[in-house]
Design a protein around this ligand. Sequence first.
Ligand code: F6R
Length: 610
Amino acid sequence: MCGILGYSGDRQASDILLAGLARLEYRGYDSAGIAALDSGTIKIAKNKGRLKVLEDRINAGDKVPGTCGIGHTRWATHGAPSDVNAHPLWSDDMAVVAVHNGIVENYREIREMLAKHGYTFYSQTDTEAAVKLIDYYYKQEKSPLKAITRAIKDIQGSYCFVMLFKDCPNEVWGARKDLPLIAGQGEGESFLASDVSAILQETRQVYYLDNMEIVQLKKGDVRFFDGEGYATIKEITEVTWDSNAAEKGGFDHFMMKEMYEQARAVKDTFGAVYHSGKIELTEHGLTDEAIKDISQIYIIACGSAYHAGAVAQYVIEDLAGIPVRIDTASEFRYRNMPMDKKALAVIISQSGETADTLAAMRRAKENGIKTLAIVNVVGSTIAREADSVFYTMAGPEIAVATTKAYSAQLIACYAIALKFAHVRGKIDDAECERLIAEIQKLPEKIDDILDAKDVLQEIAKKFTRSKNAFYLGRNIDYAVAMEGSLKMKEISYLHSEAIAAGEMKHGPISLIEKGMLVAGIMTQKELCKKTASNMLESKSRGGYLLIVAMKGCDALKDEADFVFTIPETDEHFAASLAVIPLQLLGYYVAVARKLDVDKPRNLAKSVTVE
Ligand code: F6R
């Protein structure tokens, strides 16, 4: 997500903050800001756009003096990129100034509560609600520690806050839940950072904060407290990574780092629409009346986003009983089809800038079709032009091959499917609650699969010299096969095709050769046996059968060459788990082939030309 820094010492904070934020630029951001405390006054400078713009505006820091300060690079989630929404954000009398990573899920409730006590709001951010909540408790408690402990009990979601209190000279405070925060120890000075790479130039002696832990910096003095405000003792760690490895959080590639961010992305994306026990899509233009009125859904996207849409097609049709038509954007934009004015067009895009997707969305709008965009980048063109937007909360994705954005897109689609099913009377309250509980269990299961990655690394070695692969499945498993196959071809350059398993004998089976990878996805119990017979036909022609099966789908457990079992979930959501071993397989084949995993040849992260 965003980049965060804090400093307390004898040097000018702005020097440390600007240099540290520059080391976080690689993550992508849309705004930057710093604040410093000097003789009881906090000065803030922030703007939309590059860090260089900020640096020039404040004359490399001269205009923000002080030896204790905080800094931020923002990746917008709530509120478009703008000067006012950039961090730091402040309380009305500037008693509390803070930067924030993550999402305050209950910011609306907090705003409502604070409004009753006279607070007003100047930004569209969730962060401002949190800053003012801390201020509200600070006014009562007169202690930063007590104010923070009370506020974090109220705040739902994931966060990392770094704060200045106007009346507390030399002090920087931090708190975290589900997002990283690291404290660095120097000689007579100390640091806070969301990412160790930001402070590695300054110190290699760091403390990793635990969940719900609070930290106080006061020059070289670093203190820790638990969520109740009791002092805790932490062990210092020496960072041995070089700065290159540190940017990747110790992983060899951004792609692996981002695969590990999937659980968080899934949780935050669902958390963004799940409030007080209900999925809430009114802000996305989907009131109950609007949902009942929609006659069909067109899903439009490219690449992996299209594959997420392919999963959605099966899930929405099965759960909500509404017809769904899916098209690649490059086809939709030129098709001369009669369009149904009561349809809803769901546009899926990580970047929000893909040229074909944008053109297809404009085409739908010209034809009077309502558009809902599922987008990761706040303020992107598709997000701005769509009638309404459902932001996925994946955070910036650096590896060209998408992983966490795809996983977040799936969750957005599940939320839409469940809401439609419930509002249109296809599932009752109890079934809706059961399915929501299944979605909420996905993050833990995703992490369990990632923890078993070594076995896929071993298997991947078998395919270092392979030329071709097939990925087979039916229904949702076919949609997952498409994404697994794309992951393989785009980063490992191994030619791979996804085939609806029933199509094998209509042609593709003639391509099977001895040792060829034939990956079968089997999560849909009713269809497993059918896919199994297609897989066996491949085996008898020499194929190497690799199965990704959900617990209970053990049709080929004796015949397959290798079976990777994923935890059980409701079959509608199985794609979220089945895709993980396939991402890992593509990754490890690319690594074994010594390829540039994060920047595959001929590909760009954002395809802004036709
Ligand atoms: C594959 C991948 C691409 C994108 C596609 C659409 O790993 O990342 O296939 O999914 O280019 O991009 P967005 O989602 O930005 O519209």
